[in-house]
Design a protein around this ligand. Sequence first.
Ligand code: DLL
Length: 445
Amino acid sequence: MAQLFENLPFENLYWSQMETLPREEMRILQLERLRKTVDRVRHLPMYQEFFEKTKLTGDDIRSLDDIRRLPFTTKTQLLEQYPFGHFLIPRHEIARIHGSSGTKSKPTLMAYTQKDLETWANLCARFLYAGGLRSNHLVQVSFGYGLFTGGFGLHYGIECVGAGILPAAAGNTPRQIMFMQDLHTDGLIATPSYAMNIAETVRDMGIKPEELSLKFAHFGAEAWTEEMRQKIQELLGIRAYNNYGLSEILGPSISGECYLQNGMHIQEDNFLVECLDPDTLEPVPEGEPGELVITNLNKEATSMLRYRTRDIAILDESPCPCGRTTRRMGRIIGRSDDMVVVRGVNLFPTQVEEALLRVEGVTPHFLIEIDRPGTMDEVTVTVEILPSHFSDKMSEMEEVRRKILHQIQIVTGLRVQLKLAAPQTMERFIGKAKRLIDRRDLHHI
Ligand code: DLL
């Protein structure tokens, strides 16, 4: 993979001049765009009361720190506006609508103008290009196409770079692999859990990574660990990059990794990202994890002020050796609403993934179940074992059990119940994986 970059002339490393804009110029641009955004959204029903009371306008925003004078937006507020109350354009000007899956409630629907769609494609093109995508490549998009922003977002990003697309969509893993073999696809787009599923099937079919033409992949839409990256890279012989986004803001595009894989470059000309303590809503000290709170700076059809993502990550201000000047964000540690407090200890599903993948013979297919039969929380982790390490002999399995429990305790600080599942018995996901079931009724405590 290294050769892919060695032959490139330096100026070809970046898709847009925005990626290397001097920090001061970026701040000026952000401020200008923030002021415009404030003036555009202040008449929306969900912000009206605040702006009527404070009489704030764009002109009152004198520095980027003034963002702290603006109100937050939550998913609940957006749902109250369902379907169109938060749109900034009349219905006939809508070019597209996307939204969240809405398993628990109605979906949050977000609108795009034609210009928004062009901006979005360009932003996706930036991180795809930063990971080595060039116009001569053919990329397999194994995301669901639909209301979910992953499929269409990446699709048009690849098109924007001028590369070829195979819109394979998610599912039918043997067929995905057949395409990889027959069409020699260079790149893969998927959720990390589905990519793992594909990678394991490749291995189980006896296909060696070098028999495939895959070179790179961009994964996102759910939390994943460095351990998972290493596993998938090894099984498919690729470089796997992380990218982040959410439909309420735009979709994939908020940030993505460059070929150095050391954090996701935030596309700061389009998004103002704060990292706040979720309880006090004050900025966390630099280098500490906090909730990402995002403001749109350049979206026409819908624009959020200080949207509370519930995603926890660490921001990195240090310059990246790739030459991009944008701030970076570390991988998402978890969602604050995915984080459970068990016997007073904070637990994220990604911590369990990290622990499991440290043990040989263990797959990343797992489920965490939390119950409270009496007054104490009980955590049960069920994990699938590789065929090569699965045995009917109690003594052999005992060794694996001991190692897993030890790693879980090191990473999470918790003692859990462990169930070892036979190969191929745990559910496989083609989109976002579900790894946690919390059956405690915490409202009655
Ligand atoms: O998942 C957008 C997306 C699609 C991003 C494809 C990247 C690739 P939603 O369905 O609205 O949008 O879900 C957004 O997914 O708040 C995070 O909790 C999670 N998420 C997205 N990307 C990552 C990532 C898309 N790279 C929610 N790492 C967000 C961890 C992620 N979590």
